[in-house]
Design a protein around this ligand. Sequence first.
Ligand SMILES: Cc1ncc(COP(=O)(O)O)c(C=O)c1O
Length: 379
Amino acid sequence: MNMSNRNSPLLMIPGPTNLDSRVIGALSLPQVAHTGQTFYSEFKDIVELTRYAFKTNGRVIIFSGSGTSGMESSAASLLERGDKVLSVETGFFGRRFTTIAKIYGADVDTLSVQEGKAVTPDLLDERLSRGSYDAVLLTHVETSTAVANPIKELSSVARRHGCLVIVDTVCGLGGSEFRFDEWGIDVAFAGSQKALAAPPGAMLMAISDRATEKLTSRKSPVVSYYYDLRRWIPIMDDPHIYLTTPSTAVLRALRVALQMVRDEGLENRWQRHAELSRAFQDSLVSAGARLFSESPAPTVTAISVKDSASLAKRILAEHNIMVARGLDSHSNDIIRVGHMGIVNKQMLDLTLSAILMEMKQLGEKVDVRESIELHQRTR
Ligand SMILES: Cc1ncc(COP(=O)(O)O)c(C=O)c1O
């Protein structure tokens, strides 16, 4: 990506992200038949590459939809009316998952922590000891607060209590360590538009044997056609079978993006995200800015500010860089910077100096000079 001569804004929002030219190229290929041989073999690649991205040897499901369709389909298919569910809320997307689980009839209790904090394994353990639950809903990276939750430890606690573990890793997969099989997770889902650096429009999911068993042995019908995961399982084995018409252009672009994930290597990719985000966050703090999250994520950073609307507007107008405002009650007092996918140091340097310069213009107390020096030293 040419940084000095950009026509369109640099996307530093928490998805969709900037795309590599190879992924953009795949988007403009001629249409193919969704049940034809070309798409068949490409879809088989996507299935294998998705297994790689989740670090699973088990079942995966990919279909056209956004991250929310992962929430809906897992809730619709794996929760039955009256199932006792503990929904762990660390922000806006955790609350959305609670709402969706209720829509599909689950009996939902919530474990909520103050926004900006992660949930601890001890807290979850204590909560699960007070009741009997069928499933626990977790968020890997809570994009609204830029909080990273300790999924490995939380999953282990939930398993110990005999719960099905369902994880939203929409803002984590491909940018933050995630080991589906090793961590004993039952269902996890992601969207194509975040750390995988593909366009929006594809949902990717991994499902354990335990979850498949629950799916196939459920007593009541799934109250959805599209979100009944049982319909999708045969398609993953044989994409020739028609179920619905997928967004072939998006999926073909996803295949290229996933190949890039595999070529870089997941561990290298996690490390790149960790190093870049740490340098960015350290520089912000040493310049006097305040991070909203007490458990900063490698894919997104939230910064407490006085007036996020004016700040985001200035960063776009003066620097051609797009950052996001907060959500819900934090829409005016935080800005969120996405740094995932093909993000590199140059993008973050530009974003850091733009944020600090414009915060200063708006009267916030930040030391621009010192932060830029520190950032250069971390090169
Ligand atoms: C953690 C998390 N979950 C779910 C979603 C919903 O995804 P989508 O907007 O693709 O439906 C998002 C979107 O930002 C997210 O960050």
